[in-house]
Design a protein around this ligand. Sequence first.
Ligand code: DGY
Length: 319
Amino acid sequence: MRVLVTRRWPAEVERALQNRFEVVLNAADRPLGQAELAQAMGEFDVLCPTVSDRIDAGVIGGGDRVRLIANYGVGFDHIDLAAAKAKGIAVSNTPGVLTDATADIAMTLLLMAARRAGEGERELRDGRWTGWRPTHLIGSALKGKVLGLVGMGRIAIATARRARHGFGMRIAYYGRHECDPAVAQELEAEFHPTLYDLLAAADFVSLHVPGGAETANLMDATAFAEMKPGSYLINTARGGIVDHAALADALDRGHLAGAGLDVYPHEPAVPGALLGLENVVLLPHLGSANAETRVAMGLKALANVEAFARGEPLPDRIA
Ligand code: DGY
């Protein structure tokens, strides 16, 4: 079985794949263009893309050999599932293993934004720090503040646990359904039936819904107007959920005190209006970037390729 891996994976996972299949790796780690991805559809049995590859209908229509797209990553808004389904191509992802790493980054952003860590580091490195004083770079405490989670899936719950048990925050959430009562009880989490209800109640809002057409620009100018004056936005989910011009405006006017972002609509481009603002923390999509997690993601993708090769049901089939 011929397998194409579009970007470098942790070496031990690449070796494990090579031990089992005929694998073409991307030694230079160069992003493949749409034409190369389309051509691969006719030359490989399995395509292993990652979240930065755009597997659209044009790519999927590029050839008839690929039968499995085993994505390295949990998000799949970069894959046209309808086009894959129409061609009978199975699609899998890597859920579960990046929950803690992503929740850690959500808390990193929350703390950095609340305590103005990015501003402070820039000031110090630029030689502008003039010394300790009672009014210098004053941020916000976390204890007793309301963390409002938009979506209450695995990563949201892991973030809420850190915020509640580690930092004494109060937890509120909005989702399509109320969460497991045992989780709600553990976190003393308050359910809000609408997004705007939640936005009006939260001191910090953290986004945990999938990307795609349904959630595009969910956080627009109207949503920001609903947020409390002096509140914060954290996004570790997908860039397309946020209207970044509206966010920049809310930050610039001081309606929002700060924001922390790990994801952007057209990565690696970062919306220009944000780059000049001091009160936004900007990370380069680091949510799952720790060694243990990246290996676990690779092993999960491998488990799906192996199940496919054996003709067994895929452990993480999404289409
Ligand atoms: C994913 O897997 O979808 C993440 O965004 C990668 O960190």
